[in-house]
Design a protein around this ligand. Structure first.
Ligand code: 13P
Length: 326
């Protein structure tokens, strides 16, 4: 213990990490680089980031950034979406091995086959897909705008891929359209079971249940609000309620606890995204030092994928924070 009561052994343990943080902050300035981080990233990654958000807000920040270099701490599809929207910038994967399993669950061939089977359908594709798949879509959607985007289309038949739970949620709120879904899922949200939430409701009967739309339909049934991760954060801050059960990745719950010390939040312990947690401070430092690995897409893929993403951004954030969506 030091005179000030600080556990010096603990400080020694964190010293190498502090040095990496220092170096990252220094290099960020030198390189005139922007560091973006998704809401599921570890606290130390969020600490060095210039902006933290959900998929939709991160893509907008990347598009509008002044900096010529973006280091993106998130899964592959988010990094690639940033490059598609900002083709003149150098966009670097903080860790190119952070590959979203959901984004691999549908291929361009699968999507072409679906389109052939439903020639009158419009194609809405979740941003959690490859750039090549995006080339086959009419419009992309994120969790924050999937309902509004589907509603905005004229077609009576909508192909909404690849997340079956998201498609099921959208079909509840857009009952006048036929939704053709695919069998993809987000492992983190899909592993949250009805009993996990019911147990928390039993222990905290006054808590408001907020759920991500990638959750199973029977979990969505228990929700007072269904929101994107940024939507959840905003709702937690604005709501008069004092207690919340939160069905999404645990880091979102940790951030809610940090920002709302006067409220109580109960998360699902196993909802931990190993893919996103692959991004470490050392990766961010290396990305800033080497400016590699940068996203490198064929010009026709960049061009083809931009159109559905830009159409999505025209709609923007469209979730209701007032409780009318379920
Ligand atoms: P949002 O953060 O956009 O709500 O979605 C989470 C997600 O799909 C991360 O892979």
């Amino acid at each position: 213990m030091s005179d000030l009561g600080i556990d010096t052994e603990l400080l020694d343990d964190r010293l190498p990490e502090l040095k990496v943080v220092e170096r990252i902050l220094e290099l960020k300035g030198k390189r005139h680089a922007l560091v973006l981080a998704h809401n599921y990233q570890s606290p130390e990654i969020q600490f060095v980031a210039d902006y933290i958000g959900d998929t939709l807000s991160l893509s907008m920040v990347a598009r509008d950034a002044e900096q010529p270099i973006i280091v993106f701490c998130g899964p592959d599809f988010m990094v690639e979406t940033a490059k598609i929207l900002a083709p003149d910038k150098t966009v670097i994967y903080a860790n190119a091995w952070a590959r979203c399993p959901l984004a691999t669950m549908i291929t361009p061939e699968d999507l072409r086959m679906l389109k052939q089977a439903h020639p009158n359908a419009s194609v809405v594709g979740y941003v959690n897909t490859s750039p090549e798949c995006k080339c086959e879509m009419d419009i992309c959607c994120a969790s924050a705008n999937a309902v509004r985007i589907t509603q905005s289309l004229e077609a009576g038949e909508i192909i909404l891929v690849p997340d079956a739970n998201l498609a099921s949620y959208v079909s509840r709120l857009v009952p006048d359209k036929t939704i053709i879904s695919w069998h993809g899922f987000c492992a983190v949200h899909h592993m949250i079971r009805k009993t996990d939430v019911l147990d928390l409701i039993h222990d905290h009967p006054r808590a408001t249940v907020i759920v991500h739309p990638e959750c199973r339909p029977e979990v969505v049934d228990l929700a007072a609000m269904v929101l994107s991760t940024d939507g959840m954060m905003m709702h937690a801050a604005a709501s008069q309620d004092r207690e919340f059960i939160v069905a999404t990745e645990l880091e979102v719950v940790n951030r809610m606890i940090e920002y709302n010390p006067d409220k109580e939040f109960y998360g699902i312990e196993k909802a931990y995204c190993r893919t996103q947690k692959r991004v470490k401070l050392e990766n961010v430092l290396q990305a800033l030092e080497t400016l590699e690995p940068a996203v490198n897409l064929q010009p026709e893929v960049l061009e083809g994928a931009r159109r559905p993403i830009e159409r999505m951004l025209e709609v923007g954030r469209a979730e209701s924070l007032t409780g009318d969506e379920r």
